[in-house]
Design a protein around this ligand. Sequence first.
Ligand code: ADP
Ligand code: MG
Ligand code: MG
Length: 889
Amino acid sequence: QKFVYDFTEGNRDLKDLLGGKGANLAEMTNLGLPVPPGFTITTEACKVYLDSGDAPKELRDEVSAHLDALEAKMGKKLGQADDPLLVSVRSGAKFSMPGMMDTVLNIGLSDKSVTGLAKQAGGDERFAWDSYRRLIQMFGKTVLGVDGELFEDALEEAKTAKKVKVDTDLEAADLKRLVKKFKKIVSDACGRDFPQDPREQMDLAINAVFDSWNTDRAKLYRRQERIPGDLGTAVNVCSMVFGNLGPDSGTGVAFTRDPASGHQGVYGDYLQNAQGEDVVAGIRNTVPLADLESLDKKSYDQLMQIMETLETHYKDLCDIEFTIERGQLWMLQTRVGKRTAGAAFRIATQLVDQGLIDEAEALQRVNGAQLAQLMFPRFDDEAKTQLLGRGIAASPGAAVGKAVFDSYTAVKWSRSGEKVILIRRETNPDDLDGMIAAEGILTSRGGKTSHAAVVARGMGKTCVCGAEEIEVDTKRRRLTVGSTVVEEGDVVSIDGSSGKVYLGEVPVVPSPVVEYFEGRMHAGADDADELVEAVHRIMAYADRRRRLRVRANADNAEDALRARRFGAQGIGLCRTEHMFLGERREMVEKLILADTDDEREDALKSLLPLQKKDFIELFEAMDGLPVTVRLLDPPLHEFLPDITELSVRVALAESRKDANENDLRLLQAVHRLHEQNPMLGLRGVRLGLVIPGLFTMQIRAIAEAAAARKNAKGDPRAEIMIPLVGSVQELEFVREEAETVIAEVEAAHGIDLKLALGTMIELPRAAITAGQIAEAAEFFSFGTNDLTQTVWGFSRDDVEASFFTAYLEKGIFGVSPFETIDRDGVGALVKQAVEAGRRTRPDLKLGVCGEHGGDPESVHFFHEVGLDYVSCSPFRIPVARLEAGRAAA
Ligand code: ADP
Ligand code: MG
Ligand code: MG
């Protein structure tokens, strides 16, 4: 096994082994770009170090061999007194990770070689001592663990003493004095002197990079970003080039195109006479990259040339770091750059237009999460705002409301019609009511897997968490940021997509992408947004490629019409229980309370025309497309009054001796129907089998509605779906009844309704016996919400708020199984049921109607197992279309 690779040996595909930085340095080297020579120590070496506490035995010799080669190439030795080779030691994992060790520059400088460096730089003492003080500072802080402020304070003091503002105004003598001070800081803090041996400096720095993989901050970051903890980091040793050699030197960062808009142009910052970190550290004012043209035309032109080479080579937006040493340009880093969601769409289509990538590749450059982000309403960019602070963007959206600091107030105020933002240090299960009542949630502690973040995402509620600058004082009901105080009742605005928190009301504008899907903005129109054009094209790429059809979960004509505008190809789930609410509740009550057949039939008769009318409207809205109607599913007690409230009412009435007959009967029924685990109780097909006439009424309503639509020359395509089936016998009972009713309606109208009858697969037993169930079902629709509950044995309504945070933190699952399908468990059952079902009935139609139907990763899974369609809420349809296209591309 080889632990060290020269930059000439690697390439960009070796990110696992060489880390992102190392792999791309190698790629640039092999492209012939000016990269300072160097080598990369692999992540494998790091893994050995982390496992055993020691670097692999062979590493020292391999590093020596590569260092020898580097010295030979450069014609000088590391730290050589009269002409020192200096190197940087740079961390670089597969994924870039803030929270890990930074880079140490200028390794190889010592009390001796600092003079050699000055001599080689044409007697530039200032430069040499500046480099040396930087080394001690960076090395002291990141390798020896000395408090960085000690160095910064000493630097400030030196500037004040000299009455200058910026570090470049310090002269050689000042810096020499500073170096002495820095060395003292090191020996005081560490009980040892700053190491003078260059090789020791390098080895200590390498080990420090290895160790930095496991700092608390790095671990936290990995947990939040779901980066595996065992990848390890690579270490890059790179010969130094100097941007701090005077005005003809400098350092900068650049993007090959604008990461916000995607536009091509000159984007970046440059800083004269500076080294590495200075650009981002903001110690002096940078100039726009375009100004480099007048400062150093030759380097500027070369840089533009290189940027073009990189874009054509990587076929994507790249960001880069470069340094100019006395008019000579050096490339120090590149990678495919981060970008906003909007830019991702624009860049993908721009690259297609440039002929750099094809449509299928364009689909891989964007994703459903980005599209979803673009669909949230957002704060008006043009609005004047006062930024209060910034936290983690935990759950997207733009929320505005009055600040409240406890759940009780949140609920109370929202009941009286106020919009509130619930602000807590952290939330816990007691805050649930308040979270539901609030427009958005803001916390000052916790990351993406904190209670607030997990629960808010589950509820689709805007959330910013871990806004650390904000001090939350729940006792005094206020928050402070610096000197700003926000009292209870003051308005705040939070942006769950950027993590920004504002004081006061920021106006919200609708997303242009939603305006487009709604048909209020058109691609190709003169005033169409560039983003809309890009989304329009990408959606077309996806629609052309996808095999999965996309349907909507919609219960009424209004939702159905919106779903159609969003591209739905039918309804995969119409929940009929929503049709039994409001004033119809009383009829359901009558049905439940019926003592005699006549009473029951009366109740059903009054419901029939109402149901029929609902279905006619729905079939009309979805004319020509399939509509899957699920028969009544929830436990009946959901239609009755709350047991406690009713008990109290009856008890009070009894004490006044005027108990009302109906209430007494209701109370009896409520007691009779009360269940410990209603989710596992009398619901779904079980209701149909024990309440005579209920399902038949619903089926008749569907059939008559379909007949009415046919008679009106419509094209209804109804599918009747039976919920919670566990055995084929249950389904056979319902099928027999259904066939009789349908035949009656068909005979009465003299038409063939072609109604399909199928079932949900949402119990483990149904999945396991899917081969039998398919005998009686023309289609399956996987109810992955209930299937997840029953496979894991936990109730969604209870557990997300109670122990999911702990489970996520312990890594038992990386994401809630209600959000993304659990491939190994629930997914395995789905796969098995698909195969068994198709064996019995090759033309079995297969779909999914759980929440997972709109989740990007789950859509890929459903594509892989061969479903025919996914069904999701209208708003998620574009996301599902896009992901279905990506899965097929
Ligand atoms: P990060 O991952 O934090 O960007 P880098 O390893 O890229 O860390 O280095 C930090 C800064 O130091 C960057 O600006 C980089 O360009 C600069 N730098 C790194 N190595 C060298 C070198 N050999 N010569 C000059 N500058 C360097
Ligand atoms: Mg860098
Ligand atoms: Mg269900």
